[in-house]
Write a protein that binds this ligand. Sequence first.
Ligand SMILES: Cc1ncc(COP(=O)(O)O)c(C=O)c1O
Length: 350
Amino acid sequence: MVAEFENQVSQTLEEIKSQGLFKTERVITSPQDAHIAITGGKRVLNMCANNYLGLADHPALIAAAKEALDTHGFGMASVRFICGTQDIHTQLEAALTKFLGTEETILYPSCFDANGGLFETLLTDKDAVISDELNHASIIDGIRLCKARRFRYKHNDMADLEAQLRAAKDARFRLIATDGCFSMDGTIANLAGICELAEKYNALTMIDDAHATGFLGETGRGTHEYRGVMGKIDIITGTLGKALGGASGGFTSGRKEIVDLLRQRSRPYLFSNTIAPPVVAASLKALELLSASTELRDKLEGVYVIGFFYPVVPHGTARVRTQVSAAHSREDLEFAVNAFAEVNEELKSL
Ligand SMILES: Cc1ncc(COP(=O)(O)O)c(C=O)c1O
């Protein structure tokens, strides 16, 4: 039985390799930044981190993390409700609430967990989730865990969303779920249209703003600010693992009753470790910096990049994605554009 299983696994690995889809991990030997060192000492221009604001190696965040090591320790060895809630955890929840313009926030070990613990807690088989077809894997998995009926609408297509809302009209509650900013395609969800339809069909709205919190919108609050619907989105999930310092951790922010229930029932919150104190303190510092000034956000030019292929994107839609950060200079970007142009010429001549 074990040998047979091993055989099967090896066969699957071979198939992945033969399709050219086998991922290998390249090793970085420096901190995360616009320029990084890789094994062998070579320095390269980095255009594939989610380090949108260049905060992953920011001196103020490092200092805050170091201070928290002294004042609050390294780890908590507990989930939140047992003995894993420090003063800084509640401060970070309050700071996120203020930053996002919501009523309440709950932290999670990751945004994947925030999405994983959302739908099952709030919805039953009497309800319906209406989900954008290109939503992130964690939204898809979160929806799979709940018993609500599932409806999928064409990517950012308001006519199809309306059709699906009509199809879901018999459900007790309807929840529209979408990425705020779709990192693979660069689409920014039409939240004004979504809010209008939500009102018309009496539905709740949820966005995953992992690729927007901290920099999208005039003061970086996220997609809801960018689309002019602050205060109208019922549930926002997000990450501390990208623009806000890039360490780890996630959150769900929104209506107070919803967050109160998540704190009682959401499984990744109840059964997984609290966020480590240095990460919490550095994330608080990131929010403090972003609330004081939009300088880092203003430096961004709105371009994204990296190579992605199945299963990260569907078969036949492989692409190169670049991600620009406030840590990049104009010369960095020119260098990148020239490099792409050169490769393009090389490929044309093959
Ligand atoms: C849209 C979206 N949601 C959630 C996540 C997961 O975030 P985290 O790393 O905090 O689990 C990601 C990360 O890639 C993402 O792109």
